[in-house]
Design a protein around this ligand. Structure first.
Ligand SMILES: [Zn+2]
Length: 704
């Protein structure tokens, strides 16, 4: 019972317990997505999926685990015979609810009485399936709740309050249900009751008789349509409306590369039909596109930056896979900041009002997270993915005539085969013993664990020190290496002593083997979660020139509050306790990585003292200034600059182990981005940057 952690389940369990002690609640999660219709020779399929909240979300998320079952296709027809628009819409709603009523009739029957079922640990339980959550976009939510468009499907907010942060009472479920129970009687009385309840006169909505259900509560946040394809999309158009496309697009082209960043080479203003994924990619960059940018014929507007920052904070916090009271308070604060600053777009004449239902929907996020758990429990992106896999495969398996029956049979058979093969897999793996469920971390969110991955063989076996200087820009490589060797051999020596030891260090080799990429994988090694590219200009297989790329990274230093050096990326303590002097490198630092290399094995004994074990992978890095504790008040970003005393970049050699993650930097463009800057040269020609906390969720948790 670990997945729908929210209070809703606890409340439901308590209610059922008083009526029927010993019950196990199965919170039923339904989803349907009309916008993802697949066309089969002019006919359309409209899938409905079912899953239950008892299944951990980690399993529910993976299509391969089949935790989401396709339970029905709802027929769609345009009812072209009905010429009256309202009448046609009403008939469509009646058809939808008629189908859903039929599909869910088994739940109706056993929701209250329960049904015996065997659970994964081999125990029989009396299970009560209760319709709890609906996952779908706004038109679907309106359809399911039988409410009117441009109104909130959850609460009684008036239209002219949709753009405020105020909250309103939830719709009265009992009143709505009582109105629908009149459907079989006098038509006039029925319509009147519906109108008074603010509901559409639908003939017996499917949820009317479902036990312990409140359809208005069951409507959950929809990150994809409400935020990414909703408020965020609006924000992008307001910003382009304010600043014009050309400066924003020039900044898109001048963003430094990073593992998590897609460079919009043509900018974002010419894009049309932008997908949710593209909006997600844009959200990683958006703040950097407007920093220090004055409005036309005016000044830099702190309110615009504050408003964008607030919306991005809301977007990132709303998607956290776990929450604490602190993160929920931050979520609430970010929504307040958005509302406090949004009127700047009215003042600029970009908007007349904000009475948009998607903006209002954000006021329901915190209570939904408290009731039903984090938003990844009810995410429409998953069903879209499922839909594409299942419907297409099913259709392909038919002879394309009388498809629906064949598709249903095909899916039914496939489910049986899948069930049987998971049973066999389970028997083979466990000899019939129950498999212990995986431990799901619960608590305040933090960056995910990761392990460093290096290629088995270097990208270049012997690169001379001259080439390191000329092609990789590591102009102080030898000095940095001498310094590194002296520090490794004399970990307790003073700074002055180290300087003299370093100048006496002889380096008995002239080349090293070099790696062009540092990768980080998830702890189980199944996927690459981050990487840092460190390579000179080269030619691809077709002889075309690929520009050099030297990514920036976050280095774990010695934080002021810790008196010991923290662990390396792989969890091992770094061997050189004093590499970072407490007074020099406090807290996390940013570097640009120039070379990743190995010292040749054959010289290790010559160079290092006996009993010292130098780390295998080393990096030559150029330092940026300390990340300041304070930040800009409206955009809340930290500013850093390259460290180049006397015009020479400050560089050193550190173990690759000290590199925590890639970090993306927003160039300091000033009022106008120099048009000679581009994604390939910007890290070299620009000196001052803002640290981008939005490159991915982990960086957001570390840097915001
Ligand atoms: Zn509402």
């Amino acid at each position: 019972m670990s997945s729908t952690h929210g209070m809703y389940l606890i409340k439901l369990q308590t209610t059922l317990e008083t009526i029927r002690p010993g019950a196990t609640v199965l919170p039923v999660i339904l989803s349907s997505d009309k916008t993802q219709l697949t066309l089969f020779r002019g006919k359309m399929a409209y899938p409905v999926y079912l899953t239950i909240g008892n299944i951990p979300k980690e399993i529910r998320r993976k299509p391969s685990r089949q935790a989401q079952l396709l339970i029905a296709y709802i027929p769609t027809t345009k009812f072209e015979g009905i010429t009256n628009k309202t009448g046609r819409r009403r008939t469509l709603a009646n058809l939808y609810h008629g189908c859903m009523r039929l599909i869910l009739s088994p739940i109706n029957a056993c929701g209250e009485t329960g049904i015996p079922m065997i659970s994964g640990d081999g125990v029989w339980r009396r299970c009560h399936p209760i319709y709890a959550v609906f996952v779908g976009d706004y038109p679907e939510q309106v359809l399911v709740t039988c409410t009117y468009g441009n109104r909130c499907p959850k609460c009684v907010v008036p239209i002219d309050e949709l753009g405020s942060k105020s909250t309103f009472p939830l719709r009265d479920y009992k009143e709505a249900r009582d109105a629908y129970l009149l459907a079989d009687g006098d038509a006039h009385a029925f319509h009147l009751a519906c109108r008074e309840a603010g509901q559409k006169p639908v003939f017996h909505p499917f949820w009317e008789k479902l036990p312990l259900t409140d359809v208005f509560v069951s409507i959950t946040p929809d990150i994809l349509h409400q935020l990414l394809q909703g408020v965020f999309k609006h924000m992008v158009s307001w910003l382009i409306g304010t600043f014009g496309g050309s400066e924003i697009d020039a900044r898109c082209r001048s963003m430094p590369p990073n593992h998590h960043i897609s460079i919009f080479a043509k900018g974002i203003s010419p894009l049309s039909r932008v997908t949710g994924k593209e909006h997600k990619n844009m959200s990683r960059l958006l703040l950097g596109l407007i920093l220090d940018l004055p409005v036309p014929n005016g000044q830099v507007s702190p309110r615009i930056c504050a408003c964008v920052r607030a919306l991005l904070d809301f977007l990132y916090l709303a998607q956290l896979p776990s929450h604490s009271p602190h993160t929920l308070a931050r979520l609430d604060d970010s929504l307040s900041r958005f509302h406090d600053n949004k009127d700047v777009f009215v003042d600029l004449g970009i908007r007349a009002h904000f009475n948009i239902s998607k903006i209002h929907s954000l006021t329901h996020y915190i209570s939904s997270i408290q009731l039903f758990g984090t938003t990844d429990n009810y995410n429409t992106e998953q069903t879209e993915r499922l839909h594409i896999d299942e419907i297409k495969d099913a259709y392909e398996a038919t002879n394309h005539k009388d498809e629906y029956n064949q598709m249903t049979t095909w899916l039914g058979r496939r489910e049986k085969v899948q069930l049987h093969s998971s049973f066999i897999a389970w028997r083979q793996q466990s000899n019939g013993d129950p498999v212990p469920s995986s431990v799901i971390p619960i608590g305040a969110p933090g960056p995910g664990a990761r392990s460093l991955r290096m290629a088995k063989a270097p990208a270049r076996k012997t690169v001379s020190f001259d080439d390191l200087a000329q092609k990789y820009g590591a102009i102080d490589f030898q000095d940095a290496l001498a310094d590194f060797i002296a520090r490794t051999n004399h970990p307790t020596a003073s700074a002055a002593a180290l300087a003299s030891l370093a100048s006496d260090t002889l380096i008995p080799f002239r080349s090293v083997s070099v790696y062009h990429r540092i990768k980080f994988s998830s702890p189980d090694g199944s996927k690459i979660v981050d990487s840092i590219v460190v390579r000179p200009e080269q030619k691809d297989t077709r002889g075309r020139l690929v520009p050099s790329r030297f990514d920036t990274a976050l280095i774990r230093g010695k934080s002021p509050s810790q008196d010991h050096l923290v662990c390396g990326v792989d969890g091992k303590l770094p061997s050189m306790q004093l590499l970072f002097q407490a007074d020099t490198y406090a807290g996390h630092r940013i570097v640009q990585v120039r070379v990743v290399f190995e010292i040749p094995n054959k010289v290790i004994q010559q160079v290092f003292m006996p009993r010292t074990t130098p780390p295998r992978y080393l990096a030559y890095v150029e330092w940026f200034s300390q990340i300041p504790l304070n930040h800009g008040s409206n955009h809340q970003l930290h500013r850093v600059s390259r460290l180049a005393p006397n015009g020479r970049r400050h560089a050193s050699i550190i173990p690759v182990d000290y590199i925590l993650r890639s970090v993306h930097l927003f160039p300091f463009f000033g009022p106008q981005a120099p048009r000679t800057w581009n994604t390939f040269n910007v890290l070299e020609v620009c000196n001052t940057f803002y640290v981008n906390p939005f490159s991915d969720r982990d960086n957001y948790l570390v840097l915001s």
